[in-house]
Design a protein around this ligand. Structure first.
Ligand code: SAH
Length: 251
């Protein structure tokens, strides 16, 4: 059995209890060494064989899983954040399906959620944005033609951009075509790690500030007026509003 585990954003206490139990009892652990905090593996059982997938290709990862499966060993495949977000996860599951190897997926706290937490912000503010776009800039992975950043930006929704902090100049220039130039932006480097850094600005100055802070990778860029202070109060907790659980008062 292979267990894909979302290891969370960095702080080892942000691993789920279920994920931790599996890691601590696994015979074989394959972890994404470029991003997963090694402390997540601190209580791995003695004798567990640990592989760093940053040094392996897909065939090698699958070979390790198959070999372990043949020997009846338990495999923990540890991804950063949640494997469903830029995890190169599907291709592994499909290969295991082909091989008839059973697997399960344990979700994790994605870095985009940890980022909201460390910023102490909410992505979905009434009257500001009720939509969150998770995307990236085109790198070696091409963007589908209907998902160009400039097109996504037309909605002025809350936008979270992965894997792209090294392209902030270009990114902010594109976003300025659709968002107001003074739209607030935050860049969070290594959210929840001990060396976490937060840089705030707007679409005119964020690239410069991030350069000054020396941040070139492992950061998320979040854009939108959810970072500001104007919004409507929610209906859910409006005292005049009746919900399924609570009767509103008439004023
Ligand atoms: N599956 C992961 C994302 C993997 S892609 C998740 O759910 O978070 C790797 C990108 O995620 C990085 O380039 C960076 O943009 C972002 N990232 C991962 N961990 C991060 C963290 N702790 N803080 C900020 N960004 C992070």
């Amino acid at each position: 059995m292979v267990s894909f585990i979302g290891a969370g954003p960095g702080d080892p206490e942000l691993l789920t209890i279920k994920g931790k139990k599996i890691i601590d009892s696994a015979d074989v652990i394959i972890y994404a060494g470029s991003l997963v905090n090694p402390q997540v593996l601190a209580d791995a059982k003695e004798g567990a064989v640990i592989y760093n997938s940053a040094l392996m290709n897909l065939d090698e990862v699958i070979d390790v899983m198959k070999d372990a499966e043949d020997k009846g060993l338990k495999v923990a495949r540890v991804h950063t954040g949640d494997p469903a977000i830029y995890g190169a996860h599907r291709e592994q599951m499909d290969r295991l399906d082909e091989l008839g190897i059973d697997y399960e997926v344990i979700p994790g706290v994605s870095s985009f959620l940890a980022t909201a937490a460390v910023l102490k912000k909410e992505y979905t503010l009434p009257g500001v944005s009720q939509t969150v776009i998770l995307t990236r800039m085109e790198g070696r992975t091409p963007m589908p033609p209907k998902e160009k950043l400039v097109d996504l930006a037309k909605h002025n929704a809350t936008m979270i951009i992965f894997l792209s902090v090294g392209m902030l100049d270009e990114m902010s220039a594109i976003l300025r075509q659709e968002y107001r130039p003074e739209t607030p932006v935050a860049v969070v480097y290594k959210a929840t790690w001990e060396d976490q850094k937060i840089v705030r600005g707007d679409l005119t100055n964020i690239a410069e500030r991030v350069k000054e802070a020396g941040i070139t990778k492992t950061a998320l860029t979040v854009v939108g007026d959810f970072l500001g202070n104007d919004y409507d109060l929610s209906k859910l907790y409006d005292k005049t509003f009746t919900t399924e659980f609570r009767k509103g008062v008439t004023e």
